[in-house]
Design a binder for this molecule. Structure first.
Ligand code: NDP
Length: 272
């Protein structure tokens, strides 16, 4: 039996939960000839490694930190990946790299019944995750405001992301009447679980939905702030699952078993 190989590259990569998700999906669908591996690739051998994986008959790969931007030198990035400025999924059969973080985020909002069209949305952060989130929100009809700790990175986002959004201070964003706030900063990420990007001296707006792209820990300090202000709080587990599900569909052509992938991930996260 010849094996269809897929996987994820990063540096480091031990933390990645993608193999669990994808291999659980293959098992559930009886796809015994598919296998997903994690591969530690240092930055200085990225180009060579991409060539090797292609030559070793990999169908495709996911790409994670720190390679999402650099890998664009070695594959043909599609329009979406070019605008977002990052590739997280490659199909070696076509040589094309795309970005499934955008649909992963948008699909997960839809799964939670969160309306985007016409909504005012505040995005905290201006790094890689923010690029995908701001782009997805603006393309789906939201009015977006970005708040970032450093002005320089926020200005870079404004210069390079080809969708309209405003830049605000946290105080301005708190009074803007947003119905959704999305955390795309790494503030609060394990192990720094007491950190929050929402300063305690700025009141958190009442009854707002908070989407935290962080999934480790499952409940962040920021999520607690939103809940204390009578809002709904959602973590980033679903975004991770759905970006993976989109890659699965691209490589296999098979409808991904999203619930199976979600359960595999929640099991693993519960055990951490
Ligand atoms: P980047 O390093 O590209 O960006 C980090 C951002 O966080 C910057 O805007 C930075 O601000 C800000 N930041 C960091 N620390 C603080 C702090 N203490 N207070 C306020 N702002 C802070 O990271 P990524 O965009 O790749 O990742 C960001 C988050 O998104 C991570 O937590 C990651 O887990 C999550 N993520 C989740 C995904 C999912 O599928 N659920 C997918 C991808 C990412 P500054 O510019 O001032 O440094």
């Amino acid at each position: 039996m010849s094996i269809h190989r897929v996987g994820v590259i990063g540096w480091p990569i031990e933390h990645s939960l993608s193999p669990l998700m994808h291999n659980a999906a293959f098992a559930a669908l009886g796809m015994k000839d598919w296998q997903y591996d994690r591969m530690a690739i240092p930055p200085d051998v990225l180009g060579h490694s991409i060539k090797e994986l292609r030559n070793h008959d990999f169908v495709g790969i996911n790409v994670t930190v720190p390679h999402k931007e650099a890998v664009m030198r070695y594959v043909q990035a599609d329009n979406l990946a070019q605008v977002v400025g990052a590739v997280n999924t490659i199909d070696f059969r076509t040589g094309i790299g795309t970005n499934t973080d955008v649909s992963g985020f948008i699909d997960d909002l839809a799964a939670h019944g969160v309306t985007i069209k016409g909504a005012r949305v505040v995005v905290l952060g201006a790094g890689g995750a923010a690029r995908a989130v701001v782009y997805g929100l603006a393309q789906n009809g939201a009015e977006v405001a970005v708040v970032n700790r450093s002005l320089e990175r926020a200005l870079d986002l404004a210069r390079t992301l080809l969708v309209p959004f405003r830049l605000m201070t946290l105080t301005e964003a708190a009074d803007w009447g947003a119905s959704l706030i999305v955390n795309c900063t790494s503030a609060g990420l394990q192990p720094n679980v007491s950190v929050t990007p929402w300063h305690e001296d700025v009141p958190f707006p009442k009854g707002v939905t908070l989407y935290d792209t962080i999934y480790r820990p499952a409940r962040t300090s920021l999520m607690r702030q939103a809940e204390a202000a009578s809002g709904q709080a959602i973590n980033g587990t679903g975004m991770l699952v759905r970006q993976g599900a989109a890659a699965f569909k691209l490589w296999t052509g098979v409808e991904p078993p999203v619930e199976v992938m979600m359960d595999a991930l929640l099991d693993a996260l519960g055990g951490l």
